[in-house]
Design a protein around this ligand. Structure first.
Ligand code: NAP
Length: 284
């Protein structure tokens, strides 16, 4: 019997735990944890992500400060805003909403974030920590995926995990987390040949390509654990994942839904990282 996994249910459990901890710490330190979100321009999708993050922060007792910067801002001005957030004692976490407009240098801007406040886990120091298996901030979507696999009771040790996609935000870091959990990992991308031969070998399949219903039932084996990261808008306005859910679910041991699967877990991991930053900065 296939287990259908609703990320928002797991996210709600995490939020309850985070709220309990923020209440306790706030009572001790007389201040709430604080997340600064920096956005350049007014892209509607980015704005709606930011609103969702603000709402989630409020639910768990984390303050959020949103900086919406003019899309014509210079690299230097952007980095001055980031530096000011680094210096601000009351700010625990900094999130730079990506993508930035093309004339800005994302790498350079991310490098300015204080690694101790880098709750998105994209600073090179935190990336290195992930690769060295040292404590640090792990990017939110990959850690949400790992929490979902645990929730599915998917034992990764010795299993073959196939990851579709190798992006900096999702595919590459989740591959490393799977490897750290002793899975044998195959990473596929747009140049991979015989992709379905590889996906059919997967005990665990992570789909993060951004193509609607790309993974079909003939591409998976019976009993596979599937995490569908993709979010694709169809012509009729509905959202769907990268996996043909209706048919793949007939073969899977467990499969996440879209929407309401990985998305809520991504946000909750941002809250968790912000709480972690606060705890590390306040020493408790
Ligand atoms: P991305 O940066 O566009 O990366 C897509 C990856 O898929 C690339 O590595 C690309 O390969 C690979 N790819 C493209 N076509 C492929 C094909 N035919 N076969 C195999 N691999 C292929 O996207 P992303 O940021 O990783 O996001 C992926 C999806 O997840 C998107 O739908 C995005 O909206 C969604 N997402 C959801 C959340 C959430 O919280 N729910 C968070 C982040 C992303 P190359 O490297 O060769 O180009």
């Amino acid at each position: 019997m296939t287990e259908i996994i609703y990320g928002h249910k797991l996210a709600a459990k995490f939020k309850t735990e985070i709220k309990r901890e923020t209440d306790r710490l706030c009572f001790m330190h007389k201040r709430m944890p604080c997340l600064a979100v920096i956005m350049v321009g007014d892209h509607p999708a980015s704005l709606s992500y930011i609103r969702a993050k603000e709402k989630a922060c409020k639910e768990v007792g984390i303050l959020s400060r949103t900086y919406v910067l003019d899309k014509a801002i210079s690299q230097q001005e952007l980095e001055e805003v980031i530096s000011a957030c680094n210096e601000e004692e009351e700010i625990d976490g900094i999130l730079l909403q990506l993508p930035l407009p093309s004339m800005l240098d994302e790498e350079h801007a991310l490098a300015v974030i204080d690694p101790r406040k880098d709750v998105d886990g994209l600073h090179s120091e935190n990336i290195a920590r992930l690769y060295l298996k040292k404590p640090g901030f792990i990017p939110c979507t990959p850690s949400g995926i790992m929490a979902l696999l645990e929730y599915m009771h998917c034992d990764l040790d010795g299993r073959h995990a196939v990851v579709l996609g190798r992006s900096r935000l999702v595919g590459t870091p989740v591959s490393r987390l799977l490897l750290n959990a002793n899975a044998t990992v195959t990473i596929c991308h747009s140049h991979t040949s015989n992709l379905s031969v590889l996906t059919r070998q997967a005990d665990v399949l992570i789909a993060a390509v951004g193509k609607a219903n790309y993974v079909t039932a003939d591409m998976v084996k019976e009993g596979v654990f599937v995490v569908d990261v993709g979010v694709n808008r169809l012509a009729d306005g509905h959202l769907c994942g990268d996996v043909d859910f209706a048919h793949v679910k007939e073969k899977a041991a467990a499969i996440t839904v879209v929407p309401g699967g990985v998305g809520p877990m991504t946000i909750v991991m941002l809250l968790k990282n912000t709480l972690q930053a606060y705890q590390e900065r306040t020493g408790c």
